[in-house]
Design a protein around this ligand. Structure first.
Ligand code: ZN
Length: 67
């Protein structure tokens, strides 16, 4: 199950696009709850290890956030 890295939402995400990266299947997903966008990587390495992770792409900017 994919989990939103921004707000922790689990469930159906909006899929922007899908592609292959080496042995990974990658999906760019948008959280319907917080609007955050992230890449979901899922695949089996050449060593046979299953691997799944997410990378944050573009968090929705909250009202007061600045750097
Ligand atoms: Zn979210």
């Amino acid at each position: 199950m994919v989990k939103c890295p921004y707000c922790g939402y689990e469930g159906q995400f909006k899929v922007h696009k899908k592609w292959r990266f080496r042995f990974y299947d990658v999906e760019r997903l948008e959280c319907p709850k917080c609007g955050g966008v992230f890449n979901h990587y899922y695949g089996v390495s050449p060593g046979g290890k299953r691997s799944e992770y997410v990378i944050r792409v573009k968090p929705r900017v909250a009202s007061a956030g600045h750097k």
